[in-house]
Design a binder for this molecule. Structure first.
Ligand code: SF4
Ligand code: SF4
Length: 378
């Protein structure tokens, strides 16, 4: 399949500033709450936040193949449930209602060996030069989606209007060639429905001008949203003008549309415990994640940070600080509640003859309302 067969007219994208991510998992929970609470989705975390360096989710995903090399598809491994980490139950009943003040929360029914956030805050390096940072990950809604090209049922679509990659659940038969082919391992298997599912970039919200749930809920103001071709939006400025936002693992050749502002490094200590002037996070490690462009990006970030520190105005620092929260979302700055009210009013006005008021299910900006099932993806 030629990339021109599925090229979109526009591309929506996200930039995550890794210098502001505190690893709180609010984004993961926001996504879980909105999209993956049904039966068969227990082990799905469309949004994950992993301590980096680390094994990631699924465990060791960076060594599982998939994607392309020199334009040709690479074979990939299909991650097992165990590599993703099974969802285990906790003894909530006993702790909260059992009447035993000594009871403490612990997993029940087995001895889990891995989970989506298993190596939290472990990182790498020897004390006092240990280091880590957090990398939140969603489906990258790639410009060249390996998942789409691998599907023999043509069940994966790249939406022409915004480039969001969705799975048509009516067409999917659960073969999971997509999950093998995706080098980021961001496709999950619904064990009850026998289909593949993944992040839908909250397209029902975006269609109403509302930012993704992970973006709005993030307390760190990490996530910027917008169209790549909007010169007034933060994405265009960070990716193309300032060139400080880079895709993760560009060598996978899927052309991701999620970009990262790389992390500043603390200074390493020398053998006498004095600041050495060297970065604690090895530059080679950052290159292995974001490509060699990370060095120029970090140089720009350091330069602009110094500029701001010395009292001068830095457009880049102003942009990254995001004093006005809604500016991060460009055209997706509507409040979900306002949109729900507007849609509810419109639906009520269209109805007559004693129908009960309240938002009909199809107009809520929530998992039940989205129409995602009808239109592909969840
Ligand atoms: S990240 Fe994976 S699942 Fe998402 S569009 Fe790219 S190849 Fe497909
Ligand atoms: S992206 Fe935001 S919500 Fe998610 S872990 Fe980082 S700070 Fe928390």
């Amino acid at each position: 399949m030629a990339a021109s067969d599925y090229a979109s007219d526009r591309q929506v994208a996200m930039v995550m500033d890794l210098n502001k991510c505190i690893g709180c998992q609010t984004c993961s929970v926001a996504c879980k709450t909105l999209w993956t609470r049904q039966e068969g989705m227990e082990g799905m975390w469309w949004n994950t936040v992993n301590t980096t360096p680390g094994q990631g989710t699924p465990r060791g995903y960076e060594g599982m193949g998939g994607g392309f090399r020199d334009g040709k598809p690479l074979p990939g491994h299909l991650p097992t449930q165990e590599e993703f980490g099974v969802a285990w139950q906790f003894n909530h009943e006993q702790v909260f209602y059992g009447g035993d003040p000594q009871a403490w929360l612990r997993p029940t029914g087995g001895d889990p060996q891995w989970g989506p956030n298993w190596d939290e805050d472990v990182g790498a390096g020897e004390y006092p030069n240990s280091y880590y940072f957090y990398v939140p990950r969603i489906c990258n809604h790639c410009t060249r989606p390996a998942c789409l090209e691998a599907c023999p049922r043509a069940a994966i679509e790249k939406r022409r209007e915004d480039g969001i990659v969705v799975i048509n659940e009516d067409r999917c038969r659960g073969y999971q060639f997509c999950a093998e082919a995706c080098p980021y391992k961001k496709i999950y298997y619904n064990t009850v429905r026998g289909i593949s599912q993944k992040c839908v970039f909250c397209f029902p919200r975006l269609e109403q001008g509302v930012a993704t749930a992970c973006s709005r809920q993030c307390p760190g103001r990490v996530r910027f949203l917008g169209f790549l071709d909007d010169p007034e939006g933060p994405i265009h400025k960070l990716v193309y003008e300032w060139k400080v936002a880079l895709p993760l693992h560009p060598e996978y050749e899927t052309e991701p549309n999620v970009f990262y502002v790389p992390p500043f490094s603390a200074e390493a200590f020398d053998a006498e415990g004095r600041p050495s002037g060297e970065p604690r996070v090895p530059p080679q490690y950052l290159e292995s994640l974001f490509g060699v462009g990370v060095n120029a990006a970090l140089a720009t970030l350091v330069r602009e940070r110094e500029r701001a520190r010395s009292g001068h105005r830095s457009e880049l620092m102003d942009l990254l600080i995001a004093r006005r929260w809604l500016d991060m979302f460009s055209v997706f700055d509507k409040s979900p509640r306002d949109v729900e009210r507007r849609l509810e009013d419109r639906a009520n006005a269209a109805m007559s003859g004693g129908r009960p008021s309240g938002a009909p299910a199809e107009v809520r900006i929530s998992v039940a309302d989205s129409g995602a099932r009808k239109r592909g993806g969840r």
